[in-house]
Design a protein around this ligand. Structure first.
Ligand SMILES: N[C@@H](CCC(=O)N[C@@H](CS)C(=O)NCC(=O)O)C(=O)O
Length: 344
């Protein structure tokens, strides 16, 4: 509807009040993406293992990159229509505010400050990120308190700095923080023995451990510093775009719940087992129109990247070298916290 208004303004057929015109102007990102025929999505300033990393052929791979491809496919019909823009953790916010990128898909914690003070809007969480501490095995620590007085390396420009400060203050544990801008620098400092421990995002710690010369030299302690819901971020007011993102995340989860996979999606489309799968795969006419998309948008996404579980397994789970357990990022009926919205 809002895009129709924009079109009418362009045709000069409707005199709009200033307020409506301003609203129409704010709604432009979906149109911009369609006109440009390309989605500008976040990468990383280096390799963020499992989530956004550059492979030997120079191509971006990872969990977040797959979500960028899924979004480009939902809107533009092809995963090739995404441009990955490398940004650091800290740069992701100015980059979206200035319009250098259309969307942040970079395991971005949903915090009140970011949500209310940066002119941004979050999707429903698409990943649940726990923060842990990894220490040198030789220190023999069984919990974080055993590392009292130690040097804790952290990544600058991320939520971990606040998470660690909060945890240590609450527990009354003294420590010395040492912050690094890039993950590579942080890892190198840790391997070189400059820190007693790293505090960080669980998947990052697992990847750092696996990449060490001798992984047994390091251990991830059981204490959870904090649990963080990670969302996809757009500029404030981009409601139509956010609708597409929320329903895309939901479609990936719904497909997994209903057993729709990259391999069987054609068969499922030909013989849908339920009315909800008919709607998911666009067999029911008109379902895509509500989002301003083609009816087969979710079919295209699943055909291209698979369902949520398939993306997870391929990039960070059992099918990858990181072997991260599904844990909380499993579906609700498999012991996790994820669930689809209702596509009625
Ligand atoms: N959820 C965090 C981002 C995730 C995160 O904190 N990752 C950092 C902290 S451990 C990391 O893995 N850095 C390593 C790297 O950049 O390669 C946020 O929104 O700020």
């Amino acid at each position: 509807m809002k895009r129709q208004i924009t079109n009418l303004i362009a045709a000069g057929t409707l005199a709009l009040s200033g307020a409506v015109a301003a609203q129409a102007q704010d709604q432009g990102v979906l149109d911009t993406i369609i006109e440009r025929d390309s989605l500008l999505c976040t990468g990383h300033n280096g390799s963020y293992l499992g989530f956004a990393e550059v492979d030997a052929q120079g191509a971006w791979q990872g969990f977040d990159i797959e979500f960028c491809k899924a979004l480009a496919t939902a809107i533009l019909g092809s995963p090739d229509k995404v441009q990955i823009i490398p940004v650091s953790w800290a740069q992701r916010f100015p980059a979206i505010q200035s319009g250098d990128i259309d969307v942040i898909i970079k395991v971005t914690g949903w915090t009140m400050t970011r949500d209310t003070e940066l002119g941004l809007q979050y999707s429903r969480p698409y990943f649940i990120g726990p923060f842990y501490v990894m220490s040198k095995t030789e220190l023999g620590a069984t919990g974080i308190a055993d590392l009292e007085g130690g040097v804790f390396c952290v990544n600058a420009g991320t939520t971990i700095e606040r998470v660690l400060t909060d945890y240590m203050e609450t527990k009354g544990i003294a420590y010395e923080p040492l912050a690094f801008e890039k993950g590579e620098e942080l890892r190198a400092a840790f391997y070189a023995g400059r820190c007693d421990a790293i505090a960080g995002f669980g998947p990052f710690l697992s990847a750092t451990r696996i990449n060490a010369e001798n992984p047994d030299d390091y251990e991830i302690l059981g204490d959870v510093l904090a649990l963080e819901p990670e969302g996809i971020v757009v500029r404030q007011g981009e409601d139509d775009f956010l609708d597409v993102i929320n329903w895309m995340v939901s479609a990936l989860l719904m497909a997994e719940e209903a057993g729709v996979t990259q391999a069987n999606v054609d068969e499922m489309k030909a013989n849908p087992p339920s009315a909800s799968v008919e709607r998911l795969l666009g067999v029911t006419p008109g379902v895509g129109e509500r989002l301003g998309l083609s009816d087969d948008w979710a079919y295209n996404v699943i055909k291209t990247v698979g369902n949520y579980g398939e993306i997870y397994d391929r990039t960070v789970g059992d099918g990858s070298r990181y072997k991260l357990p599904r844990g909380l990022n499993n579906l609700w009926n498999n012991g996790g916290l994820l669930y689809p919205l209702v596509m009625d």
